[in-house]
Ligand binder design. Sequence first.
Ligand SMILES: Cc1cc2nc3c(=O)[nH]c(=O)nc-3n(C[C@H](O)[C@H](O)[C@H](O)COP(=O)(O)O)c2cc1C
Length: 380
Amino acid sequence: MIVNIRDLREAARRRLPRFLFDYVDGAAYDEKTMRWNEAAFDRWRFRHRVLNDMSERRLGASVLGADQALPLILAPTGFAGLLWPRGEIAAARAAEAAGIPFCLSTASICSIEEVRAATKAPFWFQLYVTKDREITKNLIARADAAGCSALVLTVDIAMRANRERDARNRFTARSAIGLSSWIDMVTHPAWSLAMLRGPKAQFGNLASVQAAGAGIMSQGEFVARNMDFSLDWKDLDWIRAQWKRKLVVKGVVHPDDAARIVDAGADAVVVSNHGGRQLDGDVPTLDALPAIVERVGTRVDVLFDSGIRRGQSVVKALALGAKGCLVGRAFLYGLASAGETGVAQAIAILKDEIDTTIAHIGVADVLDLARRRDEFLLGA
Ligand SMILES: Cc1cc2nc3c(=O)[nH]c(=O)nc-3n(C[C@H](O)[C@H](O)[C@H](O)COP(=O)(O)O)c2cc1C
């Protein structure tokens, strides 16, 4: 029975081959930061309030100048289309139905155009920058043509990450699928049959790039070879000049970086450590959030992610000044277990938890959480 995100995680674990579950569930090295991200929420405690007429509550948020039904965004995640056939479309549709933005990753299976064709609401596009800037320029132009409302530049990937579960499972760009992966797939027949029946997996956004070759293995190697680790502040200026709509910079935990990003003309920053998937030992994002809100919160929207598995955590992040929260694994577990229905279920679970939590703390409108924090939140 599924009552919370942890149950969805179990369902995903049962359905996915091990190498894919570990890819979603795992993080860098000892996975300390991933654990700390979640644990950081426990250092803040609610103090419930009473007799405040909580018969009507409002969960709507305003992010990047647009109204949305909940203070949530589906985070950009590579390979989502390997968890469920056309997984990015399934997730985008569930987000659209729930009235929240979906962010498509550069490393998605479905292309920008496929997601555009399958949905009506504007979605966000997350950009990884390649050494060959023509590819990057082309991706930006395609996101523009698809009417994407925001471009999300992810900046916490100074170098490739070392995720030891992936290395052990040989799920890395450079390793061919070994015998153990085949056994892994055969012993998870529901997933394997669904993937066999679905379209052939590839990096949809690279299908038109000749040099990347055809098929996910060749394209994966191409991406690994061509990620541009020389990215610096000049590139941020270059991207700002290319993109006229909202620019979001994702992967910031230092207030000085946030300030410089805002000076460069970004419209929002995402306080994120990539869910602990990059730098192990990095500060949990909830600890980094207040100083960034203090520094740039009056100039831009400060968004938040990493470690959200409960609506209660969303309430705490909003109380500490975030305008909205991205969720990664929480929706991927739903996607892996039941496609679009599973993503809808993940969003509904978080929504219900946010709703009951604000009622108990006596704040009827999520937009009031930050202003009234001292009434219901006890500090770390
Ligand atoms: C399987 C997986 C793939 C991801 N791929 C990307 C990606 O392609 N681009 C990106 O900016 N972030 C990526 N992320 C990071 C998420 O956008 C987000 O920052 C992170 O999942 C938040 O942590 P959470 O999973 O604890 O919610 C990925 C995360 C996961 C779990």
